[in-house]
Write a protein that binds this ligand. Structure first.
Ligand code: ADP
Ligand code: ASP
Ligand code: MG
Length: 420
């Protein structure tokens, strides 16, 4: 059986899919099946599940304000182990394969260590490898900067490695194999009634990923949308013949014009990786926002939701969120800039969750935000910060309410009853 007109595919396997040698053998079989139906395959792998967390913890234990270049050289090792192991597993099954570290490809990135962006991939060596009938097994999540230092692409970055490779290899498809069988209306691990979405628009998936649906890393969706890479999310725990396009398993991420039914809310996501900072008693003067956010931007810290309360006695308060992993650095930076910002008090709260509802149908439906506020109020859940975009409403609430809030919203927006 042939695998279609342009049989080049990128197959990416996440951490749980390669969590032990049995899983790696199973992945090798999945790859072998694609090779045997005539596809040219490039594989991208993550570290075995838990490995990256362990490596991050080592760095944090030695020094919470660690050197990000060294951090990258440490955390990138997890993927290198898996790429070598999978290459051996494939060879053992009679499939020619070799491992590739990011720098060997090379995958060139900027120098924002810990969350580097891919600038360029020279795929010619990989193409030669595939033409020789050898399956390249590329270590995901990593690249190399212009100073020849190893870089990593941010947590979950192997998805981005895979999509970027699919774009530069001009692959027909980028298959993301994971531990769930597709993209759901919300995290199926916390809402049993979550429904699989067969096709989702790039834009919706981008919003969902950026607000916490970690099934795909945000940048991977951004890149897929820009390069029009066809992304399919499917389970590595089930056997399927993905060459049969007529009954596609999993979920496809596609252009908006391919989506017929535009629901008011397509999905709900949550992020526990948020921390709230309140800078209290700052002078209510022009330029004060910049004095807070400029040094944070300089340090590459992403500020997300921002609320400035109305001033009293010529002072005001600024509330905003940053990734939890950047909280210590953000606090340190703000304290060092106290003489410029002139705040009275700096309060931080890690005990929060951001919950977001997303849907392209929001453009044409009204009252979506109100359903959210009403549903949360009925459960006595206090909303601390709100932000909206054209297709998204996000709120910050106390972390203890995460499951209650997501389940209640899933029901309120009619997603429990959505047809699969
Ligand atoms: P991998 O290790 O394969 O990259 P991840 O753990 O990064 O896998 O992503 C898969 C996980 O994403 C699932 O186990 C699930 O708990 C979580 N998830 C969150 N939101 C969603 C969603 N809307 N649809 C599917 N999975 C989701
Ligand atoms: N191993 C990395 C992480 O855990 C990258 C990935 O899995 O995509 O974040
Ligand atoms: Mg992932």
């Amino acid at each position: 059986m042939s695998c279609g007109a342009a049989p080049r595919i990128v197959m990416k396997f996440g951490g749980t899919s390669v969590s032990n040698l049995d899983r790696i053998r199973k992945v090798a079989q999945t790859v072998k099946r694609q090779v045997e139906v005539g596809c040219e395959v490039a594989v991208v792998v993550s570290a075995m599940s838990g490995v990256t967390n362990q490596l991050v913890e080592y760095c944090q234990t030695l020094n919470p304000l660690f050197d990000s270049c060294e951090y990258d050289s440490i955390v990138a090792t997890g993927e290198q182990v898996t790429s070598g192991l999978l290459a051996i597993a494939l060879q053992t099954m009679g499939i020619k394969a070799r491992s590739w570290a990011g720098w060997q490809v090379p995958i060139l990135t900027d120098d924002a260590h810990g969350k580097a962006r891919i600038n360029q991939i020279d795929a010619s060596a990989l193409i030669r490898c595939m033409k020789e009938g050898i399956v390249p097994v590329v270590a995901g999540f990593q690249g190399v900067d212009h100073c020849n230092r190893v870089s990593t692409l941010g947590r979950g970055g192997s998805d981005t490695s895979a999509v970027a490779l699919a774009a530069s290899l001009k692959a027909t498809r980028c298959d993301i194999y994971t531990d769930v069988d597709g993209i759901y209306t919300t995290d199926p691990r916390i809402v049993k009634k979550a429904k699989r979405i067969k096709a989702i628009a790039y834009e919706e998936m981008l919003e969902l990923a950026s607000v916490g649906a970690k099934v795909l890393q945000t940048r991977s969706v951004e890149l897929a949308m820009k390069e029009q890479v066809r992304v399919q999310v499917l389970s590595s725990f089930e056997d399927h013949d993905s060459s049969k396009e007529e009954c596609l398993p999993g979920s496809l991420v596609v252009s908006e014009d391919e989506i017929v039914e535009k629901e008011q809310v397509t999905g709900i996501a949550y992020s526990l990786n948020e921390a709230k900072i309140v800078v209290k008693g700052i002078p209510d003067l022009p330029g004060i926002a910049s004095s807070i956010f400029a040094p944070l931007a300089e340090a590459n810290i992403n500020v997300d939701m921002i609320v400035q309360s109305s001033g009293t006695n010529q002072t005001t308060d600024m509330t905003f969120t940053v990734p939890k992993t950047d909280l210590l650095r953000a606090k340190d930076i703000l304290e060092k800039a106290q003489n410029i910002i002139k705040f009275n008090q700096l309060i931080t709260d890690e005990n929060v969750v951001k919950i977001s509802v997303v849907g392209i149908g929001m453009r044409s439906h009204t009252g979506v935000a109100n359903i959210m506020f009403k549903t949360l109020a009925e459960r006595s859940i206090n909303v601390q910060v709100i932000s909206t975009s054209e297709i998204k409403v996000s709120v910050i609430v106390a972390a203890e309410y995460v499951e209650l809030a997501v389940r209640a919203l899933h029901t309120a927006y009619g997603l429990d009853k959505m047809n699969d």
